[in-house]
Unconditional design. Structure first.
Length: 345
């Protein structure tokens, strides 16, 4: 029995019951794929349900404001996905008469969509024969076939692309793509894969050669840098000051507090004032938070929140948005800020 048949049989017996698998609607499939980029299914499921409840079709999503979309996305991270989602919905409404395209090349031209996502949507929605290659697929193929080419190298990407194309079930590409991705997510996991009951145990190179922990290979390692954020939480008469993040920022269009970045952790408010002379002496510290650690792909953020009161000078607050503390939940914020707000109100 071939690899594709084994994968499909395994999938039919072990697949998770997920709502987007019950539909051929390319909009719903696209929405699920964008949400699941950089996100586990367990976390993304509730977001998918919330989105389709509020925006059941691409036109309703296009008609929403960016602020509304970001607010619904809050907590998922990688917010460029949400901005691209909104932009693409507008594009489809304008240029495709509100009907989500199912042709691979049309999908590939959409903002925020790469080869993997285009292959997933076109194969799941229209059973077109384009193999998906994501982290799960890399792992499954590298272990079964013992591929040592790095997955982030030009040679490696070509090797995997050719192999994936040769393995895909030509009659059932959509089911096959679902199967190999699900197999990597549930069976051939990054750590502690279920090798003892794997249908490929006898032919798997990694299992036979004790190389499960080595494959797949990666050429480059991400270097993280440490950053130290000091947020001024300015509250006056039930009003709070927020900062709207600007363009070319991972938190673009989200809101946080006035920020002072330092070279290391700051221990006292007097020390912070000595570092940044724009803090007026009329401001008084109410409470210093614990230090929050927020990990992103290329950086670790150590954040401290300084809750302060007093007379705020215009030069300190002129560029910030002032809102009621009772309306702050209407503003989309990064997860780091959300975690702090839970302790404040």
């Amino acid at each position: 029995m071939g690899i594709s048949n084994k994968l499909i049989i395994w999938y039919q017996q072990n697949k998770r019951d997920l709502p987007w698998r019950k539909s051929k609607d390319a909009y719903l499939i696209w929405l699920s794929e964008i949400i699941l980029q950089q996100t586990r299914v367990e976390q993304g499921l509730s977001y998918f349900n919330n989105f389709i409840e509020k925006y059941p079709n691409v036109v309703s999503l296009a008609n929403a404001s960016e602020k509304e979309v970001l607010n619904l996305w809050q907590g998922l991270g990688y917010y460029s996905r949400a901005r691209n989602l909104h932009y693409t919905a507008k594009n489809i409404t304008k240029n495709f008469n509100g009907v989500f395209p199912v042709n691979y090349n049309d999908i590939l031209k959409l903002k925020g969509v790469g080869e993997y996502t285009a292959a997933a949507i076109s194969s799941f929605a229209s059973n077109l024969c384009y193999p998906v290659i994501d982290g799960n697929v890399y792992r499954v193929l590298s272990r079964i076939f013992g591929i040592e080419d790095p997955i982030d190298s030009t040679i490696g990407k070509k090797t995997y692309k050719n192999l994936a194309a040769s393995l895909i079930d030509k009659k059932n590409p959509g089911i096959y793509n679902q199967a190999i991705m699900e197999f990597g997510a549930l069976q051939c996991k990054p750590k502690n894969p279920a090798c003892e009951n794997c249908p490929f145990m006898l032919e798997c190179y990694a299992f036979k050669n004790n190389a499960i922990h080595l494959l797949p290979f990666k050429e480059k390692k991400i270097k993280q840098r440490n950053r130290y954020f000091n947020y001024l939480v300015l509250i006056n008469k039930n009003k709070i000051y927020l900062n709207k993040r600007k363009e070319n920022d991972i938190w673009e269009s989200l809101y946080d507090f006035p920020l002072i970045e330092t070279q290391q952790s700051v221990q006292s408010f007097d020390e912070l004032m000595s570092i940044n002379y724009n803090i007026p002496h009329s401001i008084h510290l109410i409470k210093k938070s614990k230090e929050y650690l927020h990990i992103l792909s290329h950086q670790k953020i150590y954040a401290t929140f300084w809750l302060v009161s007093g007379k705020f000078q215009n030069k300190l607050t002129a560029s910030y948005v002032k809102c009621s503390i009772f309306e702050i939940n209407n503003y989309p914020v990064p997860k780091l800020i959300e975690n702090y707000l839970k302790t404040l109100f």
